[in-house]
Design a protein around this ligand. Sequence first.
Ligand SMILES: C[S@@+](CC[C@H](N)C(=O)[O-])C[C@H]1O[C@@H](n2cnc3c(N)ncnc32)[C@H](O)[C@@H]1O
Length: 332
Amino acid sequence: MKLETEQDSYEWLWAAKALAAVSAWSGLGLFERLRAGPLPRGELGVDPRALAVTVPVLQHVGLVDTDGDRVGLSPTAERLLATGAMPTARNLDHLRDLGRMLEVLRDGGPVRGDDGKSKATRGGTVDDPEQTERFLDYLWRISEAPAKSTLAWLGADLAPGAAVLDLGGGHGRYARAFADVGHVVTLFDQPSVVAISRKRHGDALHYLEGDFHTVESFGGPYDLALLCNVVHGESDAANASLVARVARSLRPGGRIAIRDMFVDDFGQDPASAVFFGMTMLFYTDHGTSPTLPQARAWLEAAGLRDVRTSVFESHQIVSARRPRADPPRTTQ
Ligand SMILES: C[S@@+](CC[C@H](N)C(=O)[O-])C[C@H]1O[C@@H](n2cnc3c(N)ncnc32)[C@H](O)[C@@H]1O
């Protein structure tokens, strides 16, 4: 994605326009109404000129078909609706927030709403329980493959019935993947999020509630501690402190694994991590896409060894072990 000509910037705007059109169609319930079958344009109850302009846009991105007057859903749109993956009107809020980029650049994030209040979240969660539950459902949906690959990569090292901590485990899909193969998994999160996770998983998991900024002990000792998509919401210093405290909850030989969208050693790739940094700038107090050198520094400063990095499409896992014998204390 390079800006080399004036045309390139027009094309970037096309993507924003397509997202706005799809999100507004969702917001007005048009996709839902078409699930029962194609309808004549006049029955959609929206402005005829706006409809005439947005139908071809939605055709272009593969979501609707039309025979002239009647408009119907494409198979792709039906699949996205059935799985809850169709973009929603919430994207329009995000586009509105992006319109405040100038203020964010000048004054710093997080972005502020019309009322002047910060729109910072705690790892994507907010005080509104419904909005938090929707966010966690979204993360649950997109975590199926990542949870499997995390288990495949890290599970091979674990003895049967190993003790696993899923810190900031949220919806619990990672925790559940390890529990379903017989490990004993503890999910740590804020009380409101633990309540949501408990509804989904019941006794399949153990739960600990608290604020990971201040908790001294996360229980244990654990054979593996997972931090999936947690460190991007925190400052470098907060992450160093968190990793040091989690390291103390590991058994000798136990491993911490940090799964996130890291920016590579050259600082400008992959695109998913670089652009995600802007989301953190807008919606957290101190977050940013972490870099691989930062992660290695947190792990090494916590006395961990055998640092490994594995790449899974847009994400990486950086992991390290607590030494089997802690170094002897020096006495003066
Ligand atoms: C982006 S979500 C990641 C959820 C899950 N691990 C995943 O990878 O999909 C971040 C999680 O960290 C939790 N979190 C954020 N700040 C926290 C805090 N101060 N104490 C405890 N949990 C926190 C949030 O509640 C949320 O569940």
